[in-house]
Design a protein around this ligand. Structure first.
Ligand SMILES: Nc1ncnc2c1ncn2[C@@H]1O[C@H](COP(=O)(O)OP(=O)(O)OP(=O)(O)O)[C@@H](O)[C@H]1O
Ligand SMILES: [Mg+2]
Ligand SMILES: [Zn+2]
Length: 478
Protein backbone atom coordinates (compact mmCIF):
# COMPACT_ATOMS: atom_id res chain seq x y z
CA UNK A 1 0.00 0.00 0.00
CA UNK A 2 1.12 3.55 -0.67
CA UNK A 3 -0.24 6.81 0.79
CA UNK A 4 -2.57 7.29 -2.19
CA UNK A 5 -4.17 3.88 -1.88
CA UNK A 6 -4.61 4.43 1.86
CA UNK A 7 -6.39 7.71 1.12
CA UNK A 8 -8.55 5.97 -1.42
CA UNK A 9 -9.49 3.28 1.11
CA UNK A 10 -10.28 5.87 3.78
CA UNK A 11 -12.51 7.82 1.37
CA UNK A 12 -14.43 4.70 0.50
CA UNK A 13 -14.89 3.81 4.13
CA UNK A 14 -16.10 7.28 5.10
CA UNK A 15 -18.59 7.27 2.28
CA UNK A 16 -19.87 3.78 3.01
CA UNK A 17 -20.26 4.54 6.71
CA UNK A 18 -22.11 7.79 6.03
CA UNK A 19 -24.53 6.57 3.42
CA UNK A 20 -24.38 2.81 3.53
CA UNK A 21 -27.23 0.64 4.72
CA UNK A 22 -27.32 -0.87 8.20
CA UNK A 23 -25.91 -4.13 6.85
CA UNK A 24 -22.73 -2.32 5.81
CA UNK A 25 -21.75 -1.86 9.44
CA UNK A 26 -19.78 -5.09 9.69
CA UNK A 27 -18.00 -4.32 6.45
CA UNK A 28 -17.11 -0.82 7.69
CA UNK A 29 -15.79 -2.19 10.97
CA UNK A 30 -13.65 -4.68 9.12
CA UNK A 31 -12.17 -1.95 6.93
CA UNK A 32 -11.57 0.24 9.94
CA UNK A 33 -9.76 -2.60 11.68
CA UNK A 34 -7.60 -3.18 8.61
CA UNK A 35 -6.61 0.47 8.54
CA UNK A 36 -5.84 0.48 12.25
CA UNK A 37 -3.62 -2.56 11.81
CA UNK A 38 -1.81 -0.90 8.93
CA UNK A 39 -1.28 2.23 11.02
CA UNK A 40 0.16 0.13 13.85
CA UNK A 41 2.55 -1.60 11.48
CA UNK A 42 3.95 1.57 9.94
CA UNK A 43 7.27 2.98 10.93
CA UNK A 44 6.56 6.08 13.06
CA UNK A 45 8.34 8.36 10.60
CA UNK A 46 6.08 7.19 7.75
CA UNK A 47 2.81 7.60 9.66
CA UNK A 48 2.15 11.28 8.78
CA UNK A 49 2.61 10.59 5.06
CA UNK A 50 0.12 7.72 5.09
CA UNK A 51 -2.25 9.14 7.68
CA UNK A 52 -2.20 12.97 7.71
CA UNK A 53 -4.12 14.77 10.49
CA UNK A 54 -7.29 15.18 8.40
CA UNK A 55 -7.38 11.51 7.59
CA UNK A 56 -7.03 10.53 11.25
CA UNK A 57 -9.87 12.87 12.20
CA UNK A 58 -12.10 11.50 9.43
CA UNK A 59 -11.45 7.99 10.69
CA UNK A 60 -12.24 8.98 14.27
CA UNK A 61 -15.52 10.52 13.16
CA UNK A 62 -16.38 7.36 11.26
CA UNK A 63 -15.59 5.15 14.24
CA UNK A 64 -17.94 7.28 16.39
CA UNK A 65 -20.63 7.09 13.76
CA UNK A 66 -20.41 3.32 13.69
CA UNK A 67 -20.49 3.19 17.46
CA UNK A 68 -23.69 5.30 17.51
CA UNK A 69 -25.25 2.91 15.12
CA UNK A 70 -25.10 0.01 17.53
CA UNK A 71 -28.69 -1.08 17.80
CA UNK A 72 -30.22 0.33 20.97
CA UNK A 73 -32.37 -2.03 22.94
CA UNK A 74 -35.56 -0.40 24.22
CA UNK A 75 -36.38 -0.94 27.91
CA UNK A 76 -39.87 -2.12 27.20
CA UNK A 77 -38.76 -4.79 24.78
CA UNK A 78 -41.08 -7.76 24.79
CA UNK A 79 -38.71 -10.49 25.91
CA UNK A 80 -41.50 -13.00 26.33
CA UNK A 81 -42.52 -12.68 22.73
CA UNK A 82 -38.96 -13.24 21.63
CA UNK A 83 -38.66 -16.23 23.97
CA UNK A 84 -41.70 -17.69 22.36
CA UNK A 85 -40.93 -16.80 18.75
CA UNK A 86 -37.30 -17.95 18.74
CA UNK A 87 -37.18 -20.71 21.34
CA UNK A 88 -40.80 -21.80 21.58
CA UNK A 89 -41.00 -21.46 25.37
CA UNK A 90 -43.99 -19.78 26.98
CA UNK A 91 -42.38 -18.46 30.16
CA UNK A 92 -39.01 -17.77 31.69
CA UNK A 93 -37.47 -20.08 34.24
CA UNK A 94 -36.49 -18.46 37.56
CA UNK A 95 -33.65 -16.01 37.07
CA UNK A 96 -33.49 -16.09 33.30
CA UNK A 97 -35.20 -12.78 32.69
CA UNK A 98 -33.27 -10.98 35.40
CA UNK A 99 -29.95 -12.16 33.98
CA UNK A 100 -30.93 -11.35 30.42
CA UNK A 101 -32.01 -7.81 31.36
CA UNK A 102 -28.75 -7.25 33.16
CA UNK A 103 -26.77 -8.44 30.14
CA UNK A 104 -28.82 -6.21 27.84
CA UNK A 105 -28.08 -3.27 30.11
CA UNK A 106 -24.40 -3.93 29.48
CA UNK A 107 -23.57 -5.18 32.97
CA UNK A 108 -21.30 -8.04 33.94
CA UNK A 109 -23.06 -10.91 35.60
CA UNK A 110 -22.20 -14.09 37.45
CA UNK A 111 -25.11 -16.51 37.34
CA UNK A 112 -25.23 -19.59 39.55
CA UNK A 113 -28.27 -21.55 38.48
CA UNK A 114 -29.08 -25.20 39.08
CA UNK A 115 -28.17 -27.91 36.59
CA UNK A 116 -30.71 -27.92 33.82
CA UNK A 117 -31.96 -24.52 34.98
CA UNK A 118 -31.66 -23.00 31.51
CA UNK A 119 -28.41 -21.05 31.64
CA UNK A 120 -27.73 -21.33 27.90
CA UNK A 121 -30.74 -19.20 27.11
CA UNK A 122 -29.29 -16.29 29.07
CA UNK A 123 -26.69 -15.73 26.37
CA UNK A 124 -28.57 -17.16 23.38
CA UNK A 125 -31.47 -14.74 23.65
CA UNK A 126 -29.26 -11.65 24.07
CA UNK A 127 -27.15 -12.87 21.13
CA UNK A 128 -30.21 -12.58 18.96
CA UNK A 129 -31.10 -9.12 20.26
CA UNK A 130 -27.81 -7.35 20.53
CA UNK A 131 -26.63 -7.63 16.96
CA UNK A 132 -22.92 -8.17 16.42
CA UNK A 133 -21.39 -11.34 17.79
CA UNK A 134 -21.62 -13.15 21.12
CA UNK A 135 -18.61 -15.26 22.04
CA UNK A 136 -19.33 -18.32 24.17
CA UNK A 137 -16.40 -20.03 25.79
CA UNK A 138 -17.27 -23.61 26.62
CA UNK A 139 -15.25 -26.71 27.48
CA UNK A 140 -17.75 -29.02 25.83
CA UNK A 141 -16.01 -29.66 22.54
CA UNK A 142 -17.81 -32.91 21.87
CA UNK A 143 -21.17 -31.14 22.11
CA UNK A 144 -20.46 -27.97 20.17
CA UNK A 145 -21.55 -29.30 16.81
CA UNK A 146 -24.78 -30.54 18.33
CA UNK A 147 -25.50 -27.27 20.06
CA UNK A 148 -24.76 -25.26 16.95
CA UNK A 149 -26.96 -27.52 14.81
CA UNK A 150 -29.81 -27.14 17.29
CA UNK A 151 -29.47 -23.35 17.26
CA UNK A 152 -29.28 -23.25 13.49
CA UNK A 153 -32.54 -25.14 13.38
CA UNK A 154 -34.09 -22.38 15.48
CA UNK A 155 -32.87 -19.86 12.94
CA UNK A 156 -29.89 -18.48 14.84
CA UNK A 157 -26.62 -17.87 13.02
CA UNK A 158 -24.14 -19.86 15.05
CA UNK A 159 -20.81 -21.57 14.55
CA UNK A 160 -17.94 -22.97 16.60
CA UNK A 161 -14.16 -23.03 16.73
CA UNK A 162 -12.23 -25.87 18.29
CA UNK A 163 -9.48 -28.38 17.67
CA UNK A 164 -11.76 -30.72 15.74
CA UNK A 165 -11.68 -28.45 12.68
CA UNK A 166 -9.11 -28.82 9.93
CA UNK A 167 -7.01 -25.75 9.26
CA UNK A 168 -8.78 -24.67 6.05
CA UNK A 169 -12.20 -24.93 7.67
CA UNK A 170 -11.07 -22.94 10.65
CA UNK A 171 -9.63 -20.21 8.48
CA UNK A 172 -12.86 -19.98 6.50
CA UNK A 173 -14.92 -19.72 9.69
CA UNK A 174 -12.72 -16.98 11.05
CA UNK A 175 -13.20 -15.06 7.83
CA UNK A 176 -16.96 -15.49 8.03
CA UNK A 177 -17.01 -14.43 11.66
CA UNK A 178 -15.06 -11.30 10.78
CA UNK A 179 -17.62 -10.52 8.12
CA UNK A 180 -20.25 -10.52 10.84
CA UNK A 181 -22.10 -13.59 9.63
CA UNK A 182 -22.58 -15.12 13.07
CA UNK A 183 -24.52 -13.99 16.13
CA UNK A 184 -23.05 -16.76 18.25
CA UNK A 185 -19.59 -18.22 18.20
CA UNK A 186 -18.71 -21.11 20.51
CA UNK A 187 -15.03 -21.53 21.23
CA UNK A 188 -13.06 -24.01 23.29
CA UNK A 189 -10.81 -22.55 25.97
CA UNK A 190 -7.79 -24.33 24.55
CA UNK A 191 -6.20 -22.09 21.97
CA UNK A 192 -8.47 -19.19 22.86
CA UNK A 193 -5.52 -16.79 22.90
CA UNK A 194 -4.86 -17.60 19.30
CA UNK A 195 -8.49 -17.14 18.24
CA UNK A 196 -8.90 -13.99 20.19
CA UNK A 197 -5.75 -12.53 18.70
CA UNK A 198 -6.50 -13.41 15.14
CA UNK A 199 -10.20 -12.97 15.27
CA UNK A 200 -11.91 -10.80 17.77
CA UNK A 201 -10.10 -7.58 17.01
CA UNK A 202 -12.03 -7.32 13.79
CA UNK A 203 -15.31 -8.54 15.17
CA UNK A 204 -18.17 -6.48 16.49
CA UNK A 205 -18.24 -8.25 19.85
CA UNK A 206 -21.27 -7.58 22.07
CA UNK A 207 -21.08 -10.21 24.79
CA UNK A 208 -18.63 -12.74 26.16
CA UNK A 209 -20.20 -15.70 27.97
CA UNK A 210 -18.03 -18.08 29.97
CA UNK A 211 -19.94 -21.31 30.45
CA UNK A 212 -19.07 -23.85 33.17
CA UNK A 213 -17.18 -21.00 34.80
CA UNK A 214 -16.27 -23.06 37.89
CA UNK A 215 -13.56 -24.65 35.69
CA UNK A 216 -11.58 -21.44 36.16
CA UNK A 217 -11.03 -22.03 39.86
CA UNK A 218 -8.51 -24.33 41.45
CA UNK A 219 -10.88 -24.42 44.43
CA UNK A 220 -13.60 -25.89 42.27
CA UNK A 221 -13.95 -29.52 41.36
CA UNK A 222 -13.07 -29.47 37.71
CA UNK A 223 -10.22 -27.03 37.29
CA UNK A 224 -9.00 -26.62 33.72
CA UNK A 225 -5.75 -24.75 33.26
CA UNK A 226 -6.85 -23.39 29.86
CA UNK A 227 -9.50 -21.35 31.68
CA UNK A 228 -6.74 -19.36 33.33
CA UNK A 229 -5.93 -17.71 30.03
CA UNK A 230 -9.12 -15.60 30.11
CA UNK A 231 -7.93 -13.29 32.80
CA UNK A 232 -7.04 -10.62 30.25
CA UNK A 233 -10.32 -10.75 28.33
CA UNK A 234 -12.08 -8.06 30.29
CA UNK A 235 -9.22 -5.65 29.73
CA UNK A 236 -9.04 -6.51 26.10
CA UNK A 237 -12.71 -6.03 25.39
CA UNK A 238 -13.40 -2.95 27.40
CA UNK A 239 -17.08 -2.17 27.52
CA UNK A 240 -18.20 -5.60 26.36
CA UNK A 241 -20.34 -7.23 29.06
CA UNK A 242 -19.26 -10.56 30.44
CA UNK A 243 -21.52 -13.33 31.66
CA UNK A 244 -20.12 -16.19 33.73
CA UNK A 245 -22.31 -19.26 34.23
CA UNK A 246 -22.14 -22.29 36.47
CA UNK A 247 -24.38 -24.65 38.41
CA UNK A 248 -21.91 -25.51 41.11
CA UNK A 249 -19.83 -22.80 42.70
CA UNK A 250 -19.32 -22.39 46.41
CA UNK A 251 -18.90 -18.82 47.70
CA UNK A 252 -15.16 -19.25 47.51
CA UNK A 253 -15.29 -20.42 43.91
CA UNK A 254 -17.67 -17.56 43.03
CA UNK A 255 -15.19 -15.07 44.36
CA UNK A 256 -12.41 -16.74 42.45
CA UNK A 257 -14.42 -16.55 39.21
CA UNK A 258 -15.04 -12.82 39.67
CA UNK A 259 -11.36 -12.19 40.47
CA UNK A 260 -10.03 -14.30 37.64
CA UNK A 261 -12.29 -12.73 35.06
CA UNK A 262 -11.74 -9.22 36.37
CA UNK A 263 -15.47 -8.69 36.84
CA UNK A 264 -15.35 -6.01 39.47
CA UNK A 265 -18.92 -4.77 39.53
CA UNK A 266 -20.80 -7.81 38.45
CA UNK A 267 -24.36 -8.56 39.34
CA UNK A 268 -24.36 -11.91 41.14
CA UNK A 269 -27.41 -14.00 40.63
CA UNK A 270 -27.84 -17.15 42.66
CA UNK A 271 -30.82 -19.37 42.03
CA UNK A 272 -32.10 -21.96 44.42
CA UNK A 273 -30.28 -25.20 44.45
CA UNK A 274 -33.16 -27.40 45.44
CA UNK A 275 -34.69 -29.64 42.82
CA UNK A 276 -37.50 -31.49 44.54
CA UNK A 277 -37.98 -34.00 41.73
CA UNK A 278 -34.58 -35.54 42.48
CA UNK A 279 -35.08 -38.30 45.04
CA UNK A 280 -31.75 -38.79 46.75
CA UNK A 281 -30.67 -41.89 48.66
CA UNK A 282 -27.32 -43.21 49.85
CA UNK A 283 -26.24 -46.79 50.54
CA UNK A 284 -23.15 -47.84 52.42
CA UNK A 285 -21.28 -50.44 50.40
CA UNK A 286 -21.58 -53.86 51.95
CA UNK A 287 -24.93 -53.18 53.60
CA UNK A 288 -27.58 -55.17 51.78
CA UNK A 289 -25.21 -57.31 49.72
CA UNK A 290 -22.55 -56.89 47.07
CA UNK A 291 -22.69 -53.58 45.21
CA UNK A 292 -22.65 -55.22 41.77
CA UNK A 293 -25.64 -57.37 42.59
CA UNK A 294 -27.57 -54.50 44.11
CA UNK A 295 -27.00 -52.35 41.06
CA UNK A 296 -28.08 -55.15 38.78
CA UNK A 297 -31.31 -55.44 40.73
CA UNK A 298 -31.91 -51.70 40.69
CA UNK A 299 -31.40 -51.46 36.94
CA UNK A 300 -33.53 -54.50 36.15
CA UNK A 301 -36.35 -53.01 38.17
CA UNK A 302 -36.06 -49.89 35.99
CA UNK A 303 -35.73 -51.67 32.67
CA UNK A 304 -36.34 -49.49 29.63
CA UNK A 305 -35.74 -46.28 31.55
CA UNK A 306 -32.78 -44.06 30.67
CA UNK A 307 -30.13 -43.87 33.38
CA UNK A 308 -26.46 -43.27 34.10
CA UNK A 309 -24.21 -45.36 36.33
CA UNK A 310 -21.02 -43.62 37.40
CA UNK A 311 -18.00 -45.73 38.34
CA UNK A 312 -14.61 -44.57 39.45
CA UNK A 313 -12.48 -46.87 37.28
CA UNK A 314 -12.59 -47.57 33.56
CA UNK A 315 -12.23 -51.27 34.23
CA UNK A 316 -15.33 -51.27 36.45
CA UNK A 317 -17.21 -49.36 33.75
CA UNK A 318 -16.41 -52.03 31.18
CA UNK A 319 -17.13 -55.00 33.42
CA UNK A 320 -20.44 -53.58 34.66
CA UNK A 321 -21.62 -52.59 31.17
CA UNK A 322 -20.93 -56.11 29.96
CA UNK A 323 -22.70 -57.70 32.91
CA UNK A 324 -25.76 -55.53 32.23
CA UNK A 325 -25.71 -56.39 28.54
CA UNK A 326 -25.68 -60.08 29.44
CA UNK A 327 -28.86 -59.51 31.41
CA UNK A 328 -30.56 -58.01 28.39
CA UNK A 329 -30.13 -54.37 29.41
CA UNK A 330 -29.28 -51.94 26.63
CA UNK A 331 -26.12 -50.59 28.26
CA UNK A 332 -22.86 -49.19 26.90
CA UNK A 333 -19.54 -48.22 28.45
CA UNK A 334 -18.14 -44.68 28.19
CA UNK A 335 -14.81 -43.37 29.44
CA UNK A 336 -11.98 -41.12 28.38
CA UNK A 337 -9.95 -44.04 27.03
CA UNK A 338 -12.29 -44.37 24.04
CA UNK A 339 -11.64 -42.62 20.71
CA UNK A 340 -13.37 -39.25 20.40
CA UNK A 341 -15.45 -40.47 17.45
CA UNK A 342 -16.69 -43.45 19.48
CA UNK A 343 -17.52 -41.25 22.41
CA UNK A 344 -19.57 -38.94 20.26
CA UNK A 345 -21.40 -41.89 18.70
CA UNK A 346 -22.21 -43.47 22.06
CA UNK A 347 -23.39 -40.13 23.38
CA UNK A 348 -25.70 -39.73 20.39
CA UNK A 349 -27.14 -43.22 20.78
CA UNK A 350 -27.92 -42.49 24.40
CA UNK A 351 -29.46 -39.14 23.51
CA UNK A 352 -31.62 -40.75 20.83
CA UNK A 353 -32.85 -43.48 23.15
CA UNK A 354 -31.15 -46.39 21.34
CA UNK A 355 -29.44 -47.38 24.55
CA UNK A 356 -30.91 -47.04 28.01
CA UNK A 357 -28.04 -47.16 30.45
CA UNK A 358 -24.79 -45.33 30.16
CA UNK A 359 -22.12 -46.86 32.37
CA UNK A 360 -19.46 -44.19 32.61
CA UNK A 361 -16.62 -42.47 34.40
CA UNK A 362 -16.95 -38.76 35.19
CA UNK A 363 -15.72 -38.13 31.65
CA UNK A 364 -19.37 -38.41 30.65
CA UNK A 365 -22.12 -35.96 31.04
CA UNK A 366 -21.11 -32.33 31.30
CA UNK A 367 -23.50 -30.32 29.18
CA UNK A 368 -25.59 -33.35 28.23
CA UNK A 369 -29.14 -32.11 27.89
CA UNK A 370 -31.27 -35.22 27.81
CA UNK A 371 -34.51 -34.46 29.58
CA UNK A 372 -35.73 -37.89 30.57
CA UNK A 373 -32.86 -39.45 32.52
CA UNK A 374 -34.74 -41.29 35.29
CA UNK A 375 -31.86 -42.40 37.47
CA UNK A 376 -28.25 -41.66 38.27
CA UNK A 377 -26.47 -44.34 40.28
CA UNK A 378 -23.03 -43.81 41.74
CA UNK A 379 -21.25 -47.17 41.96
CA UNK A 380 -18.43 -45.30 43.74
CA UNK A 381 -18.43 -42.12 45.72
CA UNK A 382 -17.58 -38.93 43.77
CA UNK A 383 -14.56 -36.92 44.91
CA UNK A 384 -16.49 -33.81 45.91
CA UNK A 385 -19.98 -32.52 46.56
CA UNK A 386 -19.66 -30.21 43.59
CA UNK A 387 -18.93 -33.13 41.30
CA UNK A 388 -21.80 -35.05 42.86
CA UNK A 389 -24.20 -32.14 42.37
CA UNK A 390 -23.22 -31.86 38.68
CA UNK A 391 -23.65 -35.59 38.12
CA UNK A 392 -27.04 -36.03 39.78
CA UNK A 393 -28.08 -32.79 38.06
CA UNK A 394 -28.25 -34.71 34.81
CA UNK A 395 -31.29 -36.61 36.04
CA UNK A 396 -34.84 -35.36 35.67
CA UNK A 397 -34.21 -32.22 33.67
CA UNK A 398 -37.79 -32.51 32.41
CA UNK A 399 -38.93 -31.88 35.99
CA UNK A 400 -40.28 -35.41 36.48
CA UNK A 401 -39.37 -37.59 39.42
CA UNK A 402 -35.95 -39.22 39.13
CA UNK A 403 -33.76 -41.23 41.47
CA UNK A 404 -30.22 -40.56 42.58
CA UNK A 405 -28.64 -43.48 44.42
CA UNK A 406 -25.19 -43.17 45.87
CA UNK A 407 -23.04 -46.12 46.99
CA UNK A 408 -20.19 -45.07 49.23
CA UNK A 409 -17.54 -46.43 51.60
CA UNK A 410 -14.53 -45.17 53.53
CA UNK A 411 -12.07 -46.97 51.20
CA UNK A 412 -13.32 -44.65 48.43
CA UNK A 413 -11.94 -41.77 50.48
CA UNK A 414 -8.58 -43.46 50.86
CA UNK A 415 -8.41 -44.15 47.15
CA UNK A 416 -8.83 -40.46 46.34
CA UNK A 417 -6.23 -39.55 48.96
CA UNK A 418 -3.78 -41.91 47.33
CA UNK A 419 -4.42 -40.36 43.93
CA UNK A 420 -3.99 -36.83 45.23
CA UNK A 421 -0.74 -37.75 46.96
CA UNK A 422 0.42 -39.48 43.79
CA UNK A 423 0.29 -36.20 41.85
CA UNK A 424 3.65 -35.12 43.21
CA UNK A 425 3.82 -31.46 42.19
CA UNK A 426 0.39 -30.37 43.38
CA UNK A 427 0.71 -27.44 45.84
CA UNK A 428 0.11 -28.36 49.47
CA UNK A 429 -2.91 -26.08 49.82
CA UNK A 430 -4.64 -27.81 46.93
CA UNK A 431 -3.83 -31.26 48.32
CA UNK A 432 -5.38 -30.23 51.64
CA UNK A 433 -8.41 -28.82 49.85
CA UNK A 434 -8.95 -32.07 47.96
CA UNK A 435 -8.66 -34.12 51.13
CA UNK A 436 -11.26 -31.86 52.72
CA UNK A 437 -13.59 -32.15 49.75
CA UNK A 438 -13.54 -35.96 49.80
CA UNK A 439 -14.29 -35.99 53.50
CA UNK A 440 -17.18 -33.57 53.07
CA UNK A 441 -18.55 -35.90 50.44
CA UNK A 442 -18.26 -38.87 52.78
CA UNK A 443 -19.91 -37.02 55.67
CA UNK A 444 -22.75 -36.04 53.40
CA UNK A 445 -23.35 -39.66 52.40
CA UNK A 446 -22.93 -41.03 55.90
CA UNK A 447 -25.04 -38.48 57.76
CA UNK A 448 -28.72 -38.55 58.63
CA UNK A 449 -29.29 -34.89 57.76
CA UNK A 450 -31.64 -34.01 54.89
CA UNK A 451 -29.55 -34.52 51.76
CA UNK A 452 -31.03 -31.60 49.86
CA UNK A 453 -30.55 -29.32 52.81
CA UNK A 454 -26.92 -30.41 53.20
CA UNK A 455 -26.20 -29.97 49.51
CA UNK A 456 -27.78 -26.52 49.43
CA UNK A 457 -25.85 -25.53 52.56
CA UNK A 458 -22.61 -26.51 50.87
CA UNK A 459 -23.35 -23.88 48.22
CA UNK A 460 -24.30 -21.26 50.78
CA UNK A 461 -28.07 -21.63 50.59
CA UNK A 462 -30.35 -22.24 53.54
CA UNK A 463 -33.46 -24.35 53.26
CA UNK A 464 -35.74 -26.38 55.48
CA UNK A 465 -35.48 -30.18 55.28
CA UNK A 466 -37.03 -31.40 52.04
CA UNK A 467 -39.38 -33.72 53.98
CA UNK A 468 -39.96 -36.12 51.11
CA UNK A 469 -37.23 -36.02 48.50
CA UNK A 470 -34.43 -37.82 50.33
CA UNK A 471 -33.98 -41.04 52.23
CA UNK A 472 -32.95 -39.25 55.44
CA UNK A 473 -36.20 -37.30 55.63
CA UNK A 474 -38.35 -40.26 54.65
CA UNK A 475 -36.69 -42.42 57.30
CA UNK A 476 -37.24 -39.77 59.95
CA UNK A 477 -40.96 -39.60 59.19
CA UNK A 478 -41.45 -43.32 59.66
N1 LIG B 1 -37.83 -20.80 29.75
C1 LIG B 1 -37.76 -22.11 29.45
N2 LIG B 1 -38.87 -22.85 29.32
C2 LIG B 1 -38.80 -24.18 29.03
N3 LIG B 1 -37.66 -24.84 28.83
C3 LIG B 1 -36.50 -24.16 28.94
C4 LIG B 1 -36.49 -22.76 29.25
N4 LIG B 1 -35.20 -22.35 29.29
C5 LIG B 1 -34.46 -23.45 29.02
N5 LIG B 1 -35.23 -24.52 28.81
C6 LIG B 1 -34.77 -25.90 28.50
O1 LIG B 1 -34.12 -26.41 29.65
C7 LIG B 1 -33.13 -27.34 29.29
C8 LIG B 1 -31.84 -27.10 30.06
O2 LIG B 1 -31.25 -25.90 29.68
P1 LIG B 1 -29.67 -25.66 29.69
O3 LIG B 1 -28.98 -26.72 28.90
O4 LIG B 1 -29.44 -24.27 29.30
O5 LIG B 1 -29.34 -25.91 31.22
P2 LIG B 1 -28.08 -25.42 32.05
O6 LIG B 1 -28.56 -24.48 33.06
O7 LIG B 1 -27.02 -24.97 31.12
O8 LIG B 1 -27.64 -26.78 32.80
P3 LIG B 1 -26.16 -27.39 33.07
O9 LIG B 1 -25.63 -26.76 34.30
O10 LIG B 1 -26.41 -28.85 33.33
O11 LIG B 1 -25.35 -27.13 31.87
C9 LIG B 1 -32.97 -27.20 27.78
O12 LIG B 1 -33.55 -28.31 27.14
C10 LIG B 1 -33.73 -25.94 27.43
O13 LIG B 1 -34.30 -26.00 26.16
MG1 LIG C 1 -25.15 -25.58 30.54
ZN1 LIG D 1 -34.57 -34.35 52.84
Amino acid sequence: MNPESVQQEVNELVELAASGPETARADCLERLTGLRALYARLDPKDKPAYFPGDTIRALQRTARLLEDRKPKIPHDIDLLKLLHDVFGHSEFRPGQEEIIRSVLAGKDCLAVMPTGGGKSLTYQLPARMMGGTTLVISPLIALMKDQVDALTEKGLHATYLNSSLVEAERRQRILDIRRGRYELVYAAPEGIEFYIGSLMEGVDLRLVAVDEAHCISEWGHDFRPAYRTFSGLKQRFKGVPMLALTATATKKVQKDILDQLGMEQALCFQGTFYRSNLKIATVKKGEGGAVGKQIMKLVKARKGKPGIIYCFMRKTVEVLAEALQEQGIKALAYHAGLETADRIRIQERFRDGEIDVMVATVAFGMGIDKGDIRFVIHRDMPRSLEGYAQEIGRAGRDGKESECILFFAWPDVLLYDQMTEGQGNTPRSIVMQRRRQVREMFSFADSSRCRHQALAAHFGEQMAPCAESCDACVKRKK
